[in-house]
Design a protein around this ligand. Structure first.
Ligand SMILES: N[C@@H](CCC(=O)N[C@@H](CS)C(=O)NCC(=O)O)C(=O)O
Length: 205
């Protein structure tokens, strides 16, 4: 059986939703960042990590999402099969990994971005993170004009956006105000019954 190692509300929420959408049996194991259990499957101590029943391990959210979409073509979550469809899926996966996710790191872990122990210095890093996140939200909002989903149809890429949009709502002063297309994308994903089910599992609600 496929096993997903996840932390509640983290970027691992994306493959968790995808596994639910696919509907094949899987196991979801809740882990703490950097825990012994997680380090045993991912030396980075990070989620998501996917394990197949033969022991094969896969890390990196973008790679896991693409793997699941390709493994289960019947679920129709890859974003399409043409050369350009694949390039767009790769483009947006890279955007969420390298631009959007990375923009949150100074907010989550300001101590990694300054050697100054002063609280004001850390707050300055957080504030710089807010500006970075806003830049990415602006780019995504413009792309989402007139679209329901990031790619043509609903795909794994929408699930990748979802945890980050939840972080923005929670952590960014003003949340998604000023990004109506992004807010609409968030709301479209949030009402999905499988998404509700996964959120209830992850938060223990
Ligand atoms: N590049 C990795 C980053 C994974 C990552 O940083 N995940 C976060 C949760 S969203 C994490 O596990 N953080 C733990 C840490 O930074 O120590 C990916 O895209 O999967």
């Amino acid at each position: 059986m496929t096993t997903l190692y996840y932390a509640p509300g983290a970027c691992s929420l994306a493959p968790h939703i995808v596994l639910e959408w696919i509907g094949a049996p899987y196991e979801a194991v809740k882990v703490a960042f950097g825990s012994k259990e997680l380090l045993a499957v991912n030396p980075a101590g990070a989620v998501p990590t996917l394990r197949e029943s033969d022991g094969w391990l896969l890390t990196q959210a973008g790679a896991i999402l693409d793997y699941l979409a390709q493994k289960h073509p019947e679920a129709g979550l890859s974003g399409g099969n043409s050369l350009r469809d694949k390039a767009e899926a790769h483009r947006w996966s890279s955007f969420f990994t390298s631009d959007m996710h990375a923009a949150f790191w100074p907010i989550f872990s300001p101590h990694r971005y300054t050697t100054d122990a002063d609280a004001a210095a850390k707050q300055a890093v957080v504030t710089a993170g807010h500006a970075l996140v806003r830049k990415q939200l602006g780019l995504l909002d413009a792309h989402m004009t007139g679209r329901d989903w990031v790619l043509g149809d609903r795909s794994v890429i929408d699930t990748y956006a979802f945890p980050m949009l939840r972080w923005a709502i929670k952590l960014l002063p003003g949340g998604l105000d000023g990004y109506p297309n992004v807010q609409a994308l968030h709301d479209r994903i949030a009402v999905d019954p499988a998404v509700q089910k996964v959120l209830a599992i992850e938060t223990g609600a």
